[in-house]
Design a binder for this molecule. Structure first.
Ligand SMILES: NC(=O)c1ccc[n+]([C@@H]2O[C@H](COP(=O)([O-])OP(=O)(O)OC[C@H]3O[C@@H](n4cnc5c(N)ncnc54)[C@H](OP(=O)(O)O)[C@@H]3O)[C@@H](O)[C@H]2O)c1
Length: 210
């Protein structure tokens, strides 16, 4: 698969490295594609890895990971041009700047807002409810960490499910994109547990069923 990754921070680097290692062609969309940081990242992201401007990076991509901070989500989307028909994986959480809470929740969500800002795109919410450490290794003993995802387009969801599964998570379909209203507060619970309740970021959610 050709995967564009917008944002070369913790999440972009972790997932780009893992998908590159799994054999996908990763293209980072960065404000500074020539920087040393991004060039070092390329060396860890598989033989076909490349770095371009955000707008160029998405050309020909089968899936686009949107991994930028929530406050710049809208302006970043506006630089990309027409996204209709594209699979856009939204991992953002609408965090307040001090991480004490979220800006949106329950009656609207970042996932739905991002869909409104990218008309026609097939937005799938995923990778928002685990830390970078867990993205790098979702295996906990014999258990795989759960990764929830949701979206309105069945084909885009299947693509994302595959990308979740390939890097070792247990994918759980949470329904339509409006379920982002639950997945984003869930991420806030994660952050609360990890950073305020002393769990640290080497913990993960696990759904059990019988
Ligand atoms: N960190 C986590 O554990 C985690 C887990 C789940 C979800 N998330 C969510 O995933 C998204 C990315 O998180 P992250 O931790 O990877 O963030 P990060 O480390 O701050 O990186 C974000 C990247 O976005 C790009 N960017 C574009 N415009 C920017 C701007 N004006 N200011 C700063 N960065 C800008 C930058 O890449 P370039 O410099 O290459 O353009 C930057 O490296 C966030 O929405 C976050 O809420 C994070």
């Amino acid at each position: 698969m050709n995967i564009a990754i917008l944002g070369t921070g913790g999440v972009g680097a972790a997932l780009g490295g893992r998908w590159g290692a799994a054999g996908h062609a990763v293209t980072y969309g960065s404000r500074t594609p020539q920087s040393e940081k991004v060039q070092q990242l390329l060396a860890k992201s598989g033989p076909s890895a490349a770095a371009k401007s955000p707008r160029e990076s998405i050309i020909g991509a089968d899936a686009i990971l949107f991994a930028v901070p929530w406050p710049v989500a809208r302006e970043t989307l506006e630089t990309l041009g027409d996204l209709s028909g594209r699979t856009l994986i939204d991992c953002t959480n609408p965090l307040l700047s001090d991480m004490s809470g979220i800006e949106l929740g329950h009656v609207i969500s970042a996932g739905e807002q991002i869909a409104a800002w990218s008309p026609g795109a097939n937005v799938v919410k995923a990778f928002n409810s685990a830390s970078v450490k867990v993205m790098l290794n979702p295996q906990f003993g014999e258990h795989r960490a759960t990764m929830f995802y949701c979206g309105d387009d069945a084909a885009a969801k299947l693509t994302v499910r595959q990308l979740i599964e390939e890097i070792g998570f247990d994918p759980v379909d949470a329904g339509l994109l409006r379920s982002s209203r639950y997945l984003e507060p869930l991420a806030m619970l994660y952050i609360h547990l990890a950073f305020r309740q002393g769990f640290g970021s080497n913990c993960a959610f696990k759904i059990m069923k019988r």
